[in-house]
Design a protein around this ligand. Structure first.
Ligand SMILES: *[C@@H]1O[C@H](CO)[C@@H](O)[C@H](O)[C@H]1NC(C)=O
Ligand SMILES: *[C@@H]1O[C@H](CO)[C@@H](O)[C@H](O)[C@H]1NC(C)=O
Ligand SMILES: *[C@@H]1O[C@H](CO)[C@@H](O)[C@H](O)[C@H]1NC(C)=O
Ligand SMILES: *[C@@H]1O[C@H](CO)[C@@H](O)[C@H](O)[C@H]1NC(C)=O
Ligand SMILES: *[C@@H]1O[C@H](CO)[C@@H](O)[C@H](O)[C@H]1NC(C)=O
Ligand SMILES: *[C@@H]1O[C@H](CO)[C@@H](O)[C@H](O)[C@H]1NC(C)=O
Ligand SMILES: *[C@@H]1O[C@H](CO)[C@@H](O)[C@H](O)[C@H]1NC(C)=O
Ligand SMILES: *[C@@H]1O[C@H](CO)[C@@H](O)[C@H](O)[C@H]1NC(C)=O
Ligand SMILES: *[C@@H]1O[C@H](CO)[C@@H](O)[C@H](O)[C@H]1NC(C)=O
Ligand SMILES: *[C@@H]1O[C@H](CO)[C@@H](O)[C@H](O)[C@H]1NC(C)=O
Ligand SMILES: *[C@@H]1O[C@H](CO)[C@@H](O)[C@H](O)[C@H]1NC(C)=O
Ligand SMILES: *[C@@H]1O[C@H](CO)[C@@H](O)[C@H](O)[C@H]1NC(C)=O
Ligand SMILES: [Cu+2]
Length: 544
């Protein structure tokens, strides 16, 4: 037995010898857990958006890039900092920037949603977002205009917290950010025009590939004749040092596809869901739906070598199957000291995971016990897909398909408007309330719903054939998050405290469904909104 004192000294020694910079690759995705000493700092990021031809998976196409990069730069701040995003729009199109998962308390005009919280940033114009970050965890940022985020205007946004219990306990040594997404070879305008026509019958475009940190290979024999395409493009490569423990932050930025994430031979302990710290739970294969994020701790305790990181696209839930899509997206986890010429030969975990079913979050528990307030306002919403009067299949919330207005809702609030056209799907919550949303999904597909400006408790989720029942939901120890999946034919009940004055989007995060109207918004405490002084450069965006 080693005495406690010796153990303590050994730990101190190990700590002193540890380099405090992580070595994972690609370099722009290594997240630093040092520099946590400075709090209440002002961190400025310039984000210049341009169009560029690139080949993330070997297939060249015109897309968007931020600062000439894809995915965009890794943004890192500490809890308590003020984050400044200086967005310069140098592309041909209008744009906006949304920091996904942030409360924007006191700055609702910086939430970045055209039609709801701001007017678009015109081509060759700039706009500065500035907000206090009073949360921590794994987030992302993306354009909220059209379908731009699926064509490159996307990046990871990490908020470090010096008081994170897992960090304080030295439960991990380094961090790695893993951005998962699906990828299309055709531009989104073309795909949208097809999708929003009667001929599609509501069937979403099938992705051509998936990417991990913007990389994957593609078999060009599936590409149309005349394409500029190179097979066997390199995969993302993550470096492990044997004996170290890694916090892997997994972000799903898909437009459509859900994935099951795993690393061969390496179990993962879930410790965070969308900024909320959870108790450890070991899992081998992690389903992650669009816009969802998890942190897992992985210990590099296996023999030195190369292992596959897998992100399996759940094609079984696609409306249309593709012959050329390889649904198994891979990256390499390479231990330091591996034979450079060897290839990974590891085999996948075999734990069964039901297809097209999101992680059962009732198995996750919050790190600290919470008291859940009772609801004083219950809102029932019914999601459906139906043909509209032009026979285009659109998404409906309570029989109303959202249409983007010319003037954003938040501006109308400042103009003292209190009622909104029915196709804005605006629900007004005039007082500080505890709100339950009981959502029925009558559609045959899953829908990952995201609420802006809040986290909510996931009280219950039910599959097709069950009905919401307050006697069986969890009001004792549910987790909080900001994106939850409504199963096909099923329902969910979520609860949030509506004490953040602003206009907050509530929408399915499948980009095709956003475009087809599966969108609502909460107008929270309009009187309190008007007490907040909105900046002139914000209202000036609408003077065009
Ligand atoms: C951002 O761009 C401005 C000029 O537009 C420059 O002065 C500044 O140094 C840049 N800041 C960063 C953090 O790159
Ligand atoms: C920051 O978060 C803490 C804890 O959640 C809360 O008590 C405080 O009011 C928040 N401050 C602001 C400015 O949002
Ligand atoms: C509407 O579109 C569907 C799918 O393309 C088609 O089968 C149906 O005949 C159309 N109905 C009408 C009334 O045009
Ligand atoms: C690429 O696809 C073609 C046609 O399906 C197939 O014959 C070929 O083996 C594939 N190449 C690789 C490297 O998988
Ligand atoms: C591509 O070109 C080849 C050879 O010219 C031809 O056989 C094939 O049919 C073409 N495929 C398509 C999809 O046009
Ligand atoms: C990301 O979300 C999409 C859409 O729901 C899903 O199909 C995909 O499997 C998810 N990715 C992962 C890694 O879970
Ligand atoms: C590793 O894979 C590459 C590409 O698939 C192949 O060219 C190479 O021969 C393989 N190397 C070994 C040692 O198997
Ligand atoms: C939506 O429709 C359901 C029934 O279809 C109804 O019970 C509910 O009150 C409606 N919600 C709103 C906010 O009108
Ligand atoms: C939801 O809407 C669908 C289609 O309009 C309808 O058939 C169904 O009864 C509604 N469900 C509820 C619970 O209101
Ligand atoms: C939905 O709206 C359509 C067209 O406005 C109407 O014909 C239909 O009866 C409505 N359905 C319900 C369940 O309210
Ligand atoms: C809105 O109402 C307030 C108070 O009633 C008034 O002072 C303000 O001028 C009004 N604003 C507009 C744009 O009408
Ligand atoms: C729900 O299950 C029933 C019975 O199996 C089936 O007929 C129906 O299509 C399902 N509904 C959805 C939306 O998947
Ligand atoms: Cu959806």
């Amino acid at each position: 037995m080693i005495s406690k004192k010796t153990l303590f000294l050994v730990i101190i020694l190990i700590f002193l010898l540890l380099p405090n910079v992580s070595l994972s690759f690609p370099k722009k995705f290594s997240s630093h857990i040092n520099s946590l000493n400075k709090r209440n700092d002002r961190k400025v990021y310039n984000l210049t958006i341009t169009n560029k031809k690139m080949a993330p998976d070997g297939f060249t196409r015109k897309m968007f890039v931020i600062n000439d990069k894809f995915p965009g730069p890794l943004i890192e701040v500490n809890k308590g900092d003020t984050l400044v995003l200086d967005v310069k729009n140098d592309c041909d199109d209008v744009t906006t920037m949304h920091a996904h998962g942030f409360f924007q308390r006191g700055t609702p005009w910086y939430d970045g949603v055209p039609g709801q919280t701001q007017c678009d940033i015109q081509s060759k114009k700039s706009f500065t977002y500035e907000f206090q970050v009073n949360q921590s965890g794994t987030f992302w940022y993306h354009s909220h205009s059209k379908a731009q985020y699926i064509e490159g205007i996307v990046g990871a946004l990490i908020v470090h917290d010096p008081d994170d219990p897992y960090l304080k306990n030295k439960d991990y040594d380094e961090e790695i950010v893993v951005l998962l997404q699906d990828w299309y070879h055709t531009d989104s305008k073309t795909l949208l025009a097809t999708f929003l026509s009667p001929e599609s019958a509501g069937n979403e475009p099938t992705p051509d590939n998936g990417l991990i940190n913007g990389m994957n290979s593609y078999n060009c024999s599936g590409a149309p004749n005349g394409s500029d395409c190179v097979s066997d493009a390199p995969l993302a490569n993550f470096k492990f040092v044997q004996g170290k423990k890694y916090r892997i932050r997994i972000i799903n930025t898909s437009a459509f596809a859900a994935f099951i994430f795993s690393i061969d031979n390496h179990p993962m302990d879930v410790i965070e869901v969308e900024g909320m710290i959870t108790q450890r739970r070991t899992i081998h294969r992690l389903p992650i739906n669009i816009a969802q994020r998890y942190s897992v701790i992985v210990t590099a305790d296996k023999p030195i070598g190369k292992y596959w990181m897998r992100s399996e696209m759940e094609t079984a839930c696609f409306a249309i199957q593709s012959d050329t899509l390889n649904p198994l997206v891979k990256a390499i986890v390479e231990y330091e000291g591996s034979d450079a010429n060897s290839n990974a030969s590891s085999t996948a975990w075999t734990d069964s995971q039901e297809t097209c079913v999101d992680l059962d979050t009732s198995t996750l528990k919050p790190y600290e016990a919470q008291t859940i307030p009772d609801a004083d306002y219950k809102l029932t919403l019914n999601v459906s897909f139906q043909p509209d009067d032009k026979n285009v299949t659109r998404g409906f919330i309570n029989n109303s398909s959202y249409v983007d207005p010319n003037s954003p809702t938040l501006l109308k609030v400042y103009e003292n408007k209190t009622t909104f056209d029915s196709n804005r799907n605006a629900y007004i919550i005039d007082k500080d309330k505890v709100v339950d949303i009981i959502l029925y999904n009558t559609d045959t597909g899953d829908h990952p719903f995201h609420l802006h400006g809040h986290v909510f408790w996931v009280l219950g989720i039910g599959i097709n054939g069950t009905s919401p029942d307050y006697n069986s939901v969890n009001t004792k120890d549910p987790i909080q998050r900001d994106t939850v999946t409504a199963p096909a034919g099923g329902w969910f009940i979520i609860r949030f405290v509506s004490n953040n004055p602003g206009v907050w989007g509530f929408h399915c995060h499948i980009e095709w469904h956003v475009q087809s109207g599966l969108v609502a918004q909460f107008v929270t405490q309009p009187d309190k909104i008007k007490e907040l002084k909105s900046p002139d450069d914000w209202s000036n965006l609408c003077k065009n």
